[in-house]
Design a protein around this ligand. Sequence first.
Ligand code: FAD
Ligand code: PHB
Length: 412
Amino acid sequence: MRTQVGIIGSGPSGLLLARLLQLQGIDTVIVESRSREYVAGRIRAGVIEQGMADLLREARAGERMDREGLIHEGINIAFDGRLERIDFPKHTNGKVVMVYGQTEITHDLMKAHIDEAGGIVYYEASAVRVDDYDTKSPRIIYERNGQQKELVCDFVAGCDGFHGVARRSIPNNKITTFERTYPFGWLGILSDVPPVKDELIYANHERGFALCSMRSHTRSRYYVQCEIDDKVENWTDDAFWEELCRRLPPDAAENVTTGPRLEMSITPLHSFVAEPMRFGRLFLAGDAAHIVPPTGAKGLNLAASDIYYLSRALLAYYKDKRSSPVDKRSTPQSGSVDKRTDLLDRYSETALRRVWKAIRFSWWYTSLLHKFDDDPLSRRLQISELDYLTSSDAGRTMIAENYVGLPYEKFE
Ligand code: FAD
Ligand code: PHB
């Protein structure tokens, strides 16, 4: 079996890439190890930057987001008994974010790509490895219905998340990784109760970090920092709500509506980057190449910016191929740029420039808001930094412009 772009993984990055290419007449096949129901049911991120929202509109999968998503013009930071609001439009020339769940985005992309346009996804098909990635015919080796099969491609996109096989198909000496594990996790609850406030609250508290988020006017998502080895079984709903309220300023805590959990889970916090993100004709995107702690709401948005760069690069390749024959361009003059492949050649460096800035922001914002130890000096330094940042225009601008998302580089 052969396709133009073989994609491993049908999370947001794989589905978005497939859909953007489909709209340009480029064939893809996605190989996904889980079932469609499992992928559609995963509860993850909730804050979408404007760049990602625009990309979903370009993919013609943004209609429901525009109808049902909540536009947020700011966030609140709670510390030392205070609640300070960061106004996004004021500090970023009018930018905002959209609150709309990853679960909904996945649903919308599946509907547009698979149900309405007939895009091919093999569910319950596990990729085993990528072979021949440094030749013109890379192959995805996968297992489906107990049989080993192969998919021959022009290009392979490794969109298979942190635990996927694409990155692991590369020999260790060709890849450099950077990693940090944080000494705590996030315990999250999803519940059908109205949100405590109309915008998110990020709380620094002496008992640990807390976050009040939402999925709609009637569905809330809350998190509290927990021990790294804590277990969901250790928490009743009542214990969760009590701990959340203790970490919020009294005005906010009084407004919390409690209810039974729809879901409760624990997420570990990591920073991770693999460099480069391109190996011959294998391209890594999203969590396959990098992980951020969720504090800055950047994981999903970084997956989207990778796909922005990768889709542009593949469109330049296939579109130019249509308008100018390959052989005329296959041996560029020295110093000249091959317009067919230059974006593919620059993909890793371009994507990584934005990735590293989000890695930095997520690490910094995590360090500012979480309890790392019992050292009173560390705590006073955090409070003093928050006091400084929120009393300075430059400080507020720095938080706002990173939170709404740094711009994508544009290509002609
Ligand atoms: P994924 O969504 O991980 O998709 C990868 C896909 O590849 C999966 O469907 C997987 O089943 C499939 N796959 C894996 N291995 C194989 C294989 N061998 N063969 C075939 N298919 C394979 N980000 C935020 O911004 N805010 C949050 O609150 C937040 N919460 C999170 C909570 C959890 C528990 C996790 C894991 C992540 C969270 N993130 C959050 C991060 C965000 O969800 C991810 O950055 C985003 O899902 C990345 O999308 P992706 O498509 O690159 O990877
Ligand atoms: C969420 O709604 O799940 C969410 C929001 C903001 C974050 C992390 C998670 O920073």
